[in-house]
Write a protein that binds this ligand. Structure first.
Ligand SMILES: NC(=O)c1ccc[n+]([C@@H]2O[C@H](COP(=O)([O-])OP(=O)(O)OC[C@H]3O[C@@H](n4cnc5c(N)ncnc54)[C@H](O)[C@@H]3O)[C@@H](O)[C@H]2O)c1
Ligand SMILES: O=C(O)C(=O)C[C@]1(C(=O)O)C=C[C@@H](O)C=C1
Length: 304
């Protein structure tokens, strides 16, 4: 056991997966949960999520050794303001938000003296939401980035690291600004592209009738899975990581125009060189053992 009592706030995909994974690993003596939505709390009780589902925030966080905020990033600051006065001295306050700079800025000022605020971000998810969506294996062999907000107590940090490792994740540390730039490239902008592509296909539905759906090839089907993700979560991600996402989108647009021109001008060499370079990137990821879908990720596995 790592913590006597932990509390999850916001009982969606990530919190319900944390609860299942913490139970699997025997990482907490007692697990409490709270959600703003009556429906989410009722569902959580119905499916037996954790030990106690509380009807008030105060009841949920009082005496907790670890409190994890698992709500959309735009709701984190207001939540921290409300729970701050009820947090136990020595407790760890963490979160799982997809953006870190805005969470550090909005939560930080509400963290009372003696409480250790250590933001984190598991790089794992699905397009599903809510308490029923969680499963114990979600974090197995995935990265969890811990993003310390300034000077952090080494013991509190070691505890949170052990907690994530106990749930099957590989842990790394990163500063908030760098995190937000990396995630703008690897997660946020790709989601925006998927949303846009599915929107374009939907606009063309009248022209192509139902063929877009019927003959969806794997590439487009992957886009529709991503574009089915929670709208509130992703609205907050883009509004909270504005600067980095706009920077990456600008570069993306420039590249798109370059490829557009190559197609128009029949520049097959440019297209071939470009696709050869991108194929090598995928191969390098796999050869470096960084493909988190590989069964023995992190041990230098090479999948052919
Ligand atoms: N879904 C993913 O793939 C993924 C992956 C990693 C991190 N994250 C991050 O984790 C967080 C949660 O995402 P999720 O996918 O679990 O979302 P979700 O939509 O499944 O669940 C969020 C829950 O938070 C509740 N909520 C909203 N505001 C609240 C408030 N003020 N107080 C209490 N409860 C509140 C909602 O009712 C909902 O049940 C987000 O910050 C997201 O950026 C998501
Ligand atoms: O697999 C998915 O559904 C995801 O989009 C998960 C994903 C990602 O982009 O990889 C989405 C947002 C998170 O903050 C972390 C993980």
């Amino acid at each position: 056991m790592i913590y006597e009592r932990i509390t999850l706030i916001g009982l969606g995909l990530i919190a319900s997966s944390i609860i299942r994974a913490a139970e699997r690993g025997g990482l907490a003596g007692e697990i409490r949960g709270y959600d703003l939505s009556d429906e989410a709390r009722a569902t959580a009780r119905e499916i037996g999520l954790g030990d106690v589902i509380c009807d008030s925030l105060e009841e949920a966080v009082t005496d907790a050794d670890l409190v994890i905020l698992a709500v959309p990033v735009g709701a984190m600051g207001g939540l921290a303001e409300r729970i701050g006065p009820h947090l136990k001295p020595g407790a760890v306050l963490s979160d799982v938000g997809s953006v870190k700079g805005s969470v550090v800025a909005s939560v930080g000022p509400h963290v009372p003296e003696g409480v250790h605020f250590i933001p984190a971000h598991p790089l794992a998810g699905t397009e599903h939401s809510g308490p029923r969506a969680g499963f114990a294996e979600l974090f197995d062999n995935r990265w969890c980035l811990i993003v310390p907000a300034g000077e952090t107590d080494p013991q509190a940090l070691a505890g949170l690291r052990a907690f994530w490792e106990g749930m099957g994740a590989h842990v790394d540390e990163m500063d908030p600004e760098h995190h937000d730039l990396v995630l703008a490239v690897t997660s946020h902008t790709p989601h925006l592209i998927a949303y846009t592509m599915v929107g374009v296909a939907d606009d063309l539905r009248r022209v192509t009738d139902s063929e877009v759906i019927k003959y969806s090839a794997a590439g487009f089907r992957d886009f529709t899975r991503i574009a089915a993700s929670d709208p509130t979560m992703w609205r907050d991600v883009f509004l909270s990581n504005k600067q980095a996402t706009l920077e990456i989108l600008q570069r993306f647009t420039e590249e798109l125009f370059r490829l557009q021109r190559a197609i128009r001008q029949d520049d097959g060499d440019l297209l071939h060189d470009y696709f050869t370079r991108t194929r090598a990137i995928r191969r390098n990821i796999i050869e470096a053992g960084q493909d988190t879908d590989a069964p023995d990720f992190g041990r230098g596995a090479v999948r052919k």
